[in-house]
Design a protein around this ligand. Sequence first.
Ligand code: EPU
Length: 331
Amino acid sequence: MQTHDNYNLRDYNTLSVDSVCSRFTTIRTLSDLEALPSSLKISEVLVLGEGSNVLLTRNLPKLVVHLKPRSYITQVDKLVVAWAGTRWHDLVTWAVERNLGGIENLALIPGLVGAAPIQNIGAYGSELSDVLVWVEAYNWQTGIYHRFSHAECHFAYRESIFKHYDKPFIITRVALDLRSDRPFNLSYAPLKTYFSMTDEKPSYKRIADAVSEIRRSKLPDPKELPNAGSFFKNPIISRSQYDKLKRKFTDLPMFPAQQDDHVKTSAAWLLEHCGYKGARDGDAGFSKRHALVLVNYGEASGQQLLQFSTQAKRAVKQKFGITLKEEVRII
Ligand code: EPU
């Protein structure tokens, strides 16, 4: 286990902001994990994978436990079980190469497998919760591994119990039910259009390739332009609020929500219609390619990014009466 004091996390968050933590340790194996002091309180620890869904706004008087990206995937009793440090996209590639379906629409989502259930990652009409069977987590205070069933995870749109859990835990393994007879999900317009324009028949592999191509064309690569993907969740509003807004803003998008009498609308659309697509203040800005992606054009601090995003959020509230909620974890 490698440990450093006063360590800058700039290379460990995809928004590339400076934030110095008091201690930093890298976890490679379960025995590294089991060596964590049981006396550590929840408030003294931050678990960080690739840092692709966080905005660090300050220095951290904490121990940062960094899961070293390293892929390890097995098949146990027909389930696909992946070590938390596996890169999510490596798992998608592994599955589609074996003609196992269920996560092909989630291709190219950045981050590690261990982070995926926390926000119930989703894209192109699929969510991790559609195929997840259990999540295993380690409690560093008791030294006990607990297996959360699907029901215990309390999944919802970009939500799970892990965002609110009040016990010390580090996710160690995730089990998925991936199968060769799962129907293809081409319900989202960009995918439907993609396959209607070629003679290619869909397969899990082709869908993953198409999703990767669509994502690359729309979303900036954090290696070239630091960002953390969608910064806000797409808001879920009542059908009556949507109908009212639609009268004034006739092309306001609508997607199905998992709640009765509610619909999901597009945060990107709302931001774009408040003038935030491509807008910037110093080095903090929203992508020119996708209004929902907050980007760091160089030396923006976490505070500057937070301020700019708060300004955008206020503008959306004023114009549409909708309160955007951050999808990215603000720390
Ligand atoms: N749109 C705009 N302006 C833009 C970009 C998009 O008006 O600058 C409109 C589009 O015209 C479309 C709607 O917004 O009507 C939706 O856009 P898009 O399909 O690009 O998806 P999104 O709603 O912005 C969500 C997820 C993504 C996921 C895609 C595809 C959330 C918060 N984001 O984005 O997830 O990849 O759908 O399914 O749900 C992520 O979570 O980091 C992420 C990238």
